[in-house]
Design a protein around this ligand. Structure first.
Ligand code: ADP
Ligand code: ADP
Ligand code: ZN
Length: 216
């Protein structure tokens, strides 16, 4: 099964991807996570991507398509995968279609997570993650059970993304509306678009996504 989670920054893609991955045996492919790893490791890709990411702009199609093309060749993708944060432009969607076509595969569903812009700003500015296991939290919406200690691994180290600030968020939302929303009619025309209410509670969103996937 090949699933795309489509939604603006802060919609809850990463949060839900981890849950779906566990329940449906899919690998999560997050271009954002891969790019952040490349930036941290100071690879060639990381050096090229860094400025775009800091400004809340998209990294070039060439870079992200290259990353995904390599990644889906790996063994763990054979059982299907869940794309989180890719594609983000029509050109990326077309390139993905071609990559899958070459392997006799196709996108089974595109789950659009709808969330209004004000909530997104709140979600992004309150977001933080465990520095050791990458588990995601929120200042008010999703706190660890024991304050300051990660539920997943017991670590007391947490990080916030450099681009999760108010200024960059505005730019990321504008980028989403201008460059990524054209994917909605693109996938609608292919009959694979499913829209869910991303404003609901985290558990309720999971139920909605599971309903979509179980109906496939
Ligand atoms: P994305 O991967 O789409 O950018 P995340 O999954 O990182 O978004 O979620 C952004 C922030 O919002 C996180 O801090 C997360 O804990 C919180 N969050 C995710 N889903 C919800 C929800 N349904 N309701 C409230 N807060 C949420
Ligand atoms: P969010 O869901 O919160 O927007 P991501 O982790 O998906 O964050 O992406 C962080 C940044 O990485 C984006 O603002 C962009 O600069 C870059 N990026 C991630 N995925 C893509 C993509 N498919 N195409 C272009 N740039 C991307
Ligand atoms: Zn942890």
């Amino acid at each position: 099964m090949i699933i795309i989670l489509l939604g603006p920054p802060g919609a809850g893609k990463g949060t839900q991807a981890i849950r779906i991955m566990e329940s449906h045996g899919l690998v999560q492919l997050s271009t954002g996570d891969m790019l952040r790893a490349a930036v941290a490791a100071e690879t060639e890709v990381g050096k090229k991507a860094k400025e775009f990411m800091a400004a809340g702009k998209l990294v070039t199609d060439e870079i992200v398509v290259g990353i995904i093309a390599d990644r889906i060749e790996e063994d763990d993708c054979k059982g299907g995968f869940l794309l989180d944060g890719f594609p983000r432009t029509v050109a990326q969607a077309e390139a993905l279609g071609q990559l899958l076509d070459d392997k006799g595969l196709k996108v089974d569903a595109v789950v659009e997570m709808k969330v209004n812009d004000e909530s997104l700003v709140d979600r992004i500015t309150g977001r933080y993650t465990c520095a050791d296991c990458n588990k995601g939290y929120h200042d008010t919406n999703l706190k660890p059970q024991k304050a300051g200690v990660c539920d997943g691994c017991g670590s007391t180290n947490f990080t916030r993304r450099a681009d999760d600030n108010r200024e960059t968020v505005t730019s990321r939302l504008a980028t989403y509306h201008a460059q990524t929303t054209p994917l909605l009619p693109f996938y609608e025309a292919q009959g694979v678009l499913r829209t869910i209410d991303g404003m609901a509670d985290i558990d309720d969103v999971t139920v909605q996504i599971n309903d979509v996937l179980n109906a496939l």
